[in-house]
Design a protein around this ligand. Structure first.
Ligand code: HPA
Length: 278
């Protein structure tokens, strides 16, 4: 699989999407495992199956429908991606970051990224929402980056700053909206791993030691691409399970999808409130 993607390839995909919708999105929203239902709230929606867009990476994972939805949510023009792709599926890092690149070329200024994550912080419970305040780029520290290869100078710098990966104003807004909507919003650091195997208890104790609150297999590459291109990011994890630090419980994908049913109504309420006050 191609490890780098040119601006021409990105623009070719953007123009396919432009030809199928009149909407000009300002906000991109990526929906994580089991969280796809938020897409049904989009009004005046143009729905494009991912497989109909030449070059678009199509998700192979249960719980990821693989649809591009352009329309309005709380009067904001949005591009909702229902079903992302992950590195573990066999896609290159560049392909994992491609949807964000296309969103940028279509004009989005803000990215709201969501995921399902395991709670490493012992105070967090399945069904909690967590505002991502920062991330640990463990997949990147291991050498994998969606920015590897020739830098796309038109989009951003060779060495992008990541000191404020998650936008402070958007975090403040999310806190305010959660309080107004009576939603408990946890906060913490998301550690992004490659997966697909869940962590061993020793992995998890290590992750806790280095400051992890929640762990997952996505988000970090997309946020890296977003920040490279100057897109503001709001990140929200849906806590789907307690990570198994003591080795006494097991984590399953079914559990992750089941938690989505509790998380979706809360996440929908929060994202709507954020969009309303943006
Ligand atoms: N570990 C890694 N990824 C995950 C988890 C987990 O416990 N839950 C949901 N995604």
């Amino acid at each position: 699989m191609s490890d780098t993607i040119s601006l021409e390839q990105i623009d070719q995909i953007a123009s396919q999407i432009r030809s199928r919708t009149k909407h000009q999105p300002a906000v991109g929203i990526i929906l994580g495992s089991g969280l796809g239902e938020l897409a049904s709230a989009v009004e005046d929606a143009d729905v494009i199956p991912a497989g109909e867009v030449n070059g678009w990476p199509v998700s192979t994972v249960k719980g990821h429908q693989g649809r591009l939805i352009l329309g309005n949510l709380e009067s904001q023009p949005v591009f909702v991606l229902q079903g992302r792709v992950h590195y573990y599926e066999g896609y290159s890092m560049a392909q994992v970051g491609l949807p964000v690149r296309v969103m940028q070329r279509l004009g989005i200024q803000t990215l709201i990224v969501t995921n399902a994550a395991g709670a490493v912080n012992p105070e967090f419970e399945p069904g909690d929402l967590m505002l991502i305040t920062d991330h640990l780029n463990l997949i990147g520290l291991g050498g994998l980056s969606p920015l590897r290869g020739p830098n796309l100078d038109e989009l951003g710098p060779r060495f992008p700053d990541m000191s404020r990966a998650y936008d402070r104003e958007l975090m403040a807004l999310a806190r305010r909206c959660a309080a107004e909507e009576n939603i408990l919003l946890r906060e913490g650091v998301y550690a992004g791993l490659a997966g697909p195997a869940f962590e061993t208890p020793a992995d998890l104790r290590f992750l806790r030691l280095i400051g992890t609150d929640a762990v997952g297999m996505s988000t970090v590459p997309e946020v890296t691409v977003a920040r490279h291109g100057g897109t503001r990011v709001l990140g929200i994890s849906g806590i789907s399970n307690k990570a198994n630090l003591d080795g006494e419980t097991v984590t399953t994908h079914e559990e992750v999808l089941e938690a989505g049913r509790i998380l979706v109504p809360k996440l929908t309420k929060l994202v709507r409130a954020v969009l309303r006050s943006m």
